[in-house]
Write a protein that binds this ligand. Structure first.
Ligand code: UDP
Ligand code: BGC
Ligand code: MN
Length: 409
C-alpha cells in the first residue's frame, strides 16, 4: 500500500474516533441537562414571589440559617446512575418467586419486639443503611421507604422484623429511611415526610417513595410495593383490621369548593406510594398540619387536583394489621385541620416542598435503616391557639387562619 494512503487512513480513523467521543459527550450532557431543566421547570411553576403565606410559613420559631431550602434541592436531583454492571443481569420476573400469600397472623400479632441485632442476623443480605438489591436479577423498581418516627422504637423493631423479609422477597431495590423528629414540640408528620423525600432523593435516584407509618404490618406478601411509573398514586392500607377490613373512605366535613359534598375520598394515611413526579407535581405535603389530622387528606386533594386517580392493583390482598397504640400528647388532634383542608387546593402551589424549611441534625447509617434526625421547628403561638381552640360546628370549615391573626395584630 502506498505510504501516503496508509497515513491518510490513519488520519481518517483518528477523526472518526474524535467524532464518536465528541458525540458521546454531547448526548450525555444533553440528557443530564434535559432532566435538570425538567425539574427546574417543575419547581419554578410553584414559585410564588410575594405571597404572604410563604412569609408566614417560613417563620417557624427556631429556624436558623443552616436550614434546608428548595433552592439547593435541584443540585441533588441530578442523575446519579447506579453501578452499570447491574444492567447485565436479567430483569427480575413479573411475579417474584416464593411469595407466601396470606401470612399467618400469629407470626406478627403481639410479637415481642426483637432486638435490632437479631433482626440484622435474620436479614444477612441487607447492606448498611437498610438497603437491599436483588443479587441475581435486575430489580424493576427502586424504592425509598420513609418512616416518620419519634419514640415508638418497639414498633419500629416489630415493623422491620416483619417487613424486611417481605420487601426482599418482592425483589425490590429499596432503602429504609427513618425520619426522626427531634425535640418534644408538636409532631408534624407531613413536614418530616417532605424532608424524607428530599433526603432520600439526595441519596439516590428512586423511582418511587412509600410513606409508611411505623405501626402498619402487611398481611399478605403478594401485595407488591411496586410502582410502574405510568401508574397512579396508591393508598396501600385501605383495608385495615382496626377498621374491620372495610374499604376505608369517607366524605370530607370540610372541602375545597371543587369537591362535591357527596364525594368520598379514600383513606390516604398509613401506607401510601407515589412516584417522584407525582409528588413533585403536588408540591409534596402541606407543611402546616401540626399535630394529628388532615395532612393525608390534603395530599390526596393535591394529587386529585393534578388529575391523578388512585390505583389499587392488588385489591384486598393489601390488608394491614395496625399495632395498637395510644395517641401521644405531642401529636394531639389539631382542631383546625378541617379549616385548613377547606383551602387545600388554593394553598397547594404556595406552600409545600417549595417552602419547606428544616435543619438536618444527623444522618446515621444503621444496619437496618438510615436514620435521619431533623429539626422542623415549632409553630408560632397563634397557630397553637388556633389548633387548640374548641370549634363549634358552624365555625368548623371557615375560620380565621393564624396568618390572618398575625396580619391584623
Ligand atoms: N408517630 C411517631 N411518634 C409520635 C406520633 C406519630 O412515630 O409521637 C408516627 C408513627 O409512624 C405513626 C404515624 O406517625 O404510625 C402516625 O401517627 P398515629 O399512628 O398516631 O396516627 P393514626 O394513623 O393511628 O391515626
Ligand atoms: C383525618 C385523617 C385521618 C382519617 C382516618 C380523618 O378525619 O383527617 O387525617 O387519617 O380521619 O382516621
Ligand atoms: Mn397509628
Amino acid at each position: 500500500m502506498p505510504l501516503h494512503l496508509a497515513s491518510y487512513i490513519k488520519r481518517m480513523k483518528k477523526i472518526l474516533w474524535g467524532f464518536i467521543i465528541a458525540s458521546f459527550f454531547i448526548v450525555t450532557y444533553k440528557t443530564i441537562k434535559g432532566n435538570r431543566d425538567h425539574i427546574h421547570s417543575l419547581i419554578n411553576s410553584f414559585k410564588s414571589k410575594e405571597d404572604f403565606i410563604f412569609d408566614f410559613f417560613n417563620q417557624t420559631e427556631n429556624a436558623d440559617t443552616k436550614v434546608f431550602s428548595l433552592d439547593n434541592f435541584t443540585l441533588f436531583l441530578d442523575d446519579n446512575p447506579d453501578k452499570l454492571e447491574e444492567y447485565d443481569l436479567p430483569l427480575c420476573p413479573q411475579k417474584p418467586p416464593g411469595l407466601k400469600g396470606n401470612l399467618r397472623r400469629q407470626d406478627y400479632l403481639d410479637l415481642t419486639p426483637p432486638p435490632f441485632e437479631k433482626i440484622s442476623i435474620d436479614n444477612p443480605r441487607l447492606s448498611i443503611g437498610g438497603r437491599y438489591t436483588p443479587k441475581h436479577c435486575r430489580p424493576r423498581y427502586k424504592l425509598a421507604i420513609i418512616i416518620p418516627l419519634r419514640g415508638r422504637i418497639r414498633q419500629l423493631q416489630v415493623l422491620l422484623a416483619h417487613m424486611h423479609p417481605i420487601w426482599q422477597g418482592q425483589q425490590l431495590d429499596y432503602t429504609v429511611y427513618v425520619m426522626w423528629q427531634s425535640g418534644e414540640h408538636l409532631f408534624n408528620k407531613a413536614k418530616i415526610m417532605n424532608a424524607g423525600f428530599l433526603e432520600a432523593s439526595k441519596d439516590r435516584k428512586y423511582d418511587c417513595y412509600v410513606f409508611h407509618d411505623v405501626d402498619m404490618l402487611l398481611e399478605n406478601d403478594e401485595c407488591l410495593y411496586w410502582c410502574p411509573t405510568e401508574d397512579n398514586p396508591r393508598s396501600l392500607s385501605v383495608y385495615v383490621d382496626k377498621f374491620f377490613y372495610r374499604y376505608k373512605s369517607y366524605t370530607l366535613k370540610c372541602r375545597p369548593s371543587n369537591i362535591r359534598r357527596t364525594q368520598t375520598v379514600p383513606y390516604f394515611g398509613g401506607v401510601v406510594m407515589v412516584t417522584k413526579s407525582q409528588f413533585m407535581s403536588a408540591n409534596g405535603f402541606s407543611n402546616i398540619y401540626w399535630g394529628w389530622g388532615g395532612e393525608d387528606n390534603d395530599l390526596y386533594l393535591r394529587l386529585w387536583n393534578q388529575g391523578y386517580q388512585l390505583h389499587n392493583p392488588y385489591g384486598k390482598s393489601c390488608s394491614y394489621h395496625m399495632i395498637r397504640h395510644k395517641k401521644e400528647k405531642s401529636n394531639a388532634e389539631n382542631k383546625g385541620h378541617f379549616a385548613l383542608m377547606t383551602h387545600a387546593i388554593t394553598r397547594m402551589k404556595y406552600e409545600g416542598l417549595n417552602t419547606l424549611r428544616y435543619k438536618r441534625l444527623s444522618t446515621k447509617r444503621e444496619p437496618l435503616f438510615t436514620n435521619i434526625t431533623i429539626d422542623v421547628g415549632q409553630p408560632i403561638k397563634q397557630y397553637v391557639d388556633f389548633m387548640m381552640y374548641n370549634v363549634t360546628d358552624d365555625e368548623l370549615c371557615h375560620r380565621s387562619m393564624p396568618w390572618d391573626f398575625q396580619h391584623s395584630n
